[in-house]
Write a protein that binds this ligand. Structure first.
Ligand SMILES: NC(=O)c1ccc[n+]([C@@H]2O[C@H](COP(=O)([O-])OP(=O)(O)OC[C@H]3O[C@@H](n4cnc5c(N)ncnc54)[C@H](OP(=O)(O)O)[C@@H]3O)[C@@H](O)[C@H]2O)c1
Length: 329
């Protein structure tokens, strides 16, 4: 089945190379999308409490599992410790809430969503400082949180653990202070933001890279606008070199962007809530890019970060926020 190509993680667990991303999907959209994705052969689902759709995803998973249409061991479910709960004492309670929402006994991979932590009020709204910016919690301690993450593996709530949005220095620091090394670092990675230094370092340390926003997060402009953030969002599907390579293989630009990612040994989690595009994004295992084409795509790097968390107004004040020096727009 197309969706069952894997990358073996540093703990021997096999992770499907393509997963479905679920950010910015309403409950209704996500139910249709997860149904269509499972039909198409996806077994890897990337979610997070922040996306607000774990309950809806859980409903679909339960239907499929109860009907015997899929076995739990064939699914690879990823969720994350949110930035509002990035503290040691919150880890167990928060994963248990996700598991209850997803109607699962364990997740296949649990990630620290961001290297930074933000504060919320009792009602769940962000705490704001005197300037009206989100209040950050500067006590974030990755090593201490990681001890609690490691306990999740020991007590069977997560098969693997990892991080997301961590810089090279943050991964290096964690590697020096852990018993279980992170299985993956989930980062923004696409032809315009290749982060070669970080990617090469993680690979050398046997920390797999998962590419989020692999198609350039085409829907983020609307999300940013809702938060009062103006950013140019380049259309990766319209890059002449990408279109040219796609035409040469009879494939779509999206398929070329995804094939390039997995050809460079990286896992990709494209989001779609459209059944046709979901199938298209998985149908990338019947062609191969030439080394010349791979080089052409490598040369496109522009250090353009699309998902820069500017929608978390004020987060750049956090000492573990490392994106600020990488803005190009
Ligand atoms: N760890 C983190 O901090 C973090 C941050 C961002 C994202 N993520 C994860 O990564 C996933 C993917 O990233 P993303 O959602 O930012 O962006 P993305 O996957 O790069 O792009 C998704 C957008 O592309 C469109 N699309 C999908 N397939 C297409 C195709 N074949 N042709 C044309 N358009 C296509 C989708 O629209 P349709 O739905 O209409 O097809 C959607 O607007 C997220 O959903 C989330 O699970 C994680």
């Amino acid at each position: 089945m197309a969706g069952t190509k894997f990358l073996t993680l540093n703990n021997g667990v096999k992770m499907p190379l393509i997963g479905i991303g679920t950010w910015q999907s309403s409950d209704e959209e996500i139910e249709t999308a997860i149904d269509a994705a499972l039909e198409a052969g996806y077994r890897h689902i990337d979610t997070a409490p922040v996306y607000g759709n774990e309950v809806a995803i859980g409903r679909v998973l339960k239907r499929w599992l109860d009907a015997g249409k899929v076995k739990r061991e064939d699914l690879f479910i990823v969720t994350k410790l949110p930035p509002i709960a990035n503290r040691p004492h919150e880890v167990e309670g928060v994963i248990k809430k996700s598991l209850a929402d997803l109607q699962l006994d364990y997740v296949d991979l649990y990630l620290i969503h961001t290297p930074f932590t933000v504060n919320i009020n009792e009602d769940g709204s962000f705490k704001l400082d005197k300037d009206g910016l989100i209040e950050v919690d500067v006590t974030t301690n990755h090593a201490a949180t990681w001890v609690e993450m490691e306990k999740l593996v020991a007590n069977g709530l997560a098969k693997s653990i990892g991080v997301s949005n961590f810089s090279k220095d943050q991964v290096a620091r964690l590697l020096k202070n852990c018993k279980i090394p992170p299985a993956t670092n989930q980062i923004e990675h696409h032809v315009y933001l290749q982060q070669r230094d970080l990617v090469d370092f993680c690979k050398a340390e046997n920390v797999a890279i998962t590419a989020y926003s692999p198609l350039g997060s085409r829907g983020i402009a609307k999300f940013n606008a809702g938060a009062g953030v103006v950013r140019d969002v380049p259309d990766l599907l319209d890059i002449p070199e990408v279109k040219e390579i796609a035409a040469a293989h009879g494939k779509s630009p999206a398929q070329v962007l995804l094939r390039w990612i997995i050809d460079t040994g990286v896992i990709a989690i494209p989001k779609s809530s459209n059944p046709k595009r979901l199938k298209e994004n998985l149908d990338i295992f019947d062609f191969q890019l030439t080394s010349g084409e791979v080089d052409k795509l490598l040369a496109l790097d522009k250090n353009i970060r699309v998902c820069d968390f500017a929608f978390f107004h004020g987060v750049e004040k956090h000492p573990e926020f490392t994106f600020k020096n990488q803005y190009t727009n």
